[in-house]
Design a protein around this ligand. Structure first.
Ligand SMILES: C[S@@+](CC[C@H](N)C(=O)[O-])C[C@H]1O[C@@H](n2cnc3c(N)ncnc32)[C@H](O)[C@@H]1O
Length: 248
């Protein structure tokens, strides 16, 4: 596998990411259910979970009778996802790859490519989208979620936060930079490289690569979801996550 700064830093995270992913309230109660609802009926569909991490989406999609391929750059994540698939009696094919070079995967293979919370992490965004387009069938769909680039960024110099709880505010100091910095994930210890891509950065690459934007969503939590935590309730005011649906 071709290494770059994203594959190197995410490969160091290992176990720490599995724990954060499986205990993160916003991911479990808001981001994941929303994406699964958007993916809708996946029965019999060939789905690529690109940047699969600990494999939670892959397992859920396999349980819903999709034919799933799970790919990540982290060997530890792929080993964990294989173990979990086995423990759950699920058949999921796994590969360790940089998302910008999906060698061994044929052109026009997938009905759906899922990139959950990974397009802001990979170093080579354009190369990743080029590979996504290559492996999608004609009219196949890319479902992607990212940290909302208008409301997330480097806290100190880019897009910060001010105040506490439900009245916390987003303070935009600089929308355009920094474009990358090192810091641990929220509640984490090991540093990863965070990247800030503007809305324009995302759209220009999608369009240049021949994808059509079908839908874009800034979801708000339901009343029940908002009762789970202040962090989720805050999403009723400010959309921290952006969901894309694109077609080849
Ligand atoms: C924030 S995690 C999201 C994991 C999973 N999709 C989820 O939503 O739970 C980002 C994932 O992207 C993977 N990743 C980052 N850069 C990558 C790259 N260049 N190629 C393949 N995977 C990458 C990381 O290893 C990590 O598993």
């Amino acid at each position: 596998m071709k290494q770059d700064s994203s594959t190197i830093c995410w490969s160091k995270l290992g176990q720490e990411w599995f724990e954060l992913a499986q205990t993160g309230e916003s991911r479990i109660h808001f981001i994941m259910p929303y994406m699964l609802e958007r993916l809708s009926d996946v029965r019999g569909k060939k789905v690529l979970d690109l940047g699969c991490g600990e494999g939670g989406y892959s397992r859920e999609l396999a349980k819903r009778n999709a034919d799933v391929v799970a790919i990540d750059c982290s060997e530890a994540s792929i080993s964990y996802s294989i173990e979990q698939a086995k423990a759950n009696g699920l058949s999921i094919q796994h590969f360790i790859r940089n998302s910008n070079d999906l060698y061994g995967i044929d052109d026009c293979t997938f009905d759906i490519v899922l990139c959950s919370m990974m397009l802001m992490d990979c170093e080579d965004f354009e190369g990743t989208i080029r590979e996504v387009v290559r492996v999608l069938k004609p009219s196949g769909k890319l479902f992607a979620s990212v940290l909302h680039p208008c409301f997330n960024g480097n806290y100190n110099e880019g897009i910060g936060r001010q105040g506490e709880g439900i009245n916390r505010q987003v303070v935009v100091k600089n929308y355009f930079s920094p474009t990358q910095w090192e810091a641990p994930l929220n509640n984490g210890k090991t540093s990863v490289i965070w990247r800030h891509r503007t809305l324009e950065d995302y759209v220009k690459v999608f369009v240049k690569s021949g994808l059509t934007i079908i839908d874009l969503n800034e979801p708000q939590p339901t009343k029940e979801q908002a009762e789970i935590s202040t962090a989720i309730a805050w999403l009723q005011k400010i959309p921290l996550y952006l969901f894309w649906e694109l077609s080849k």
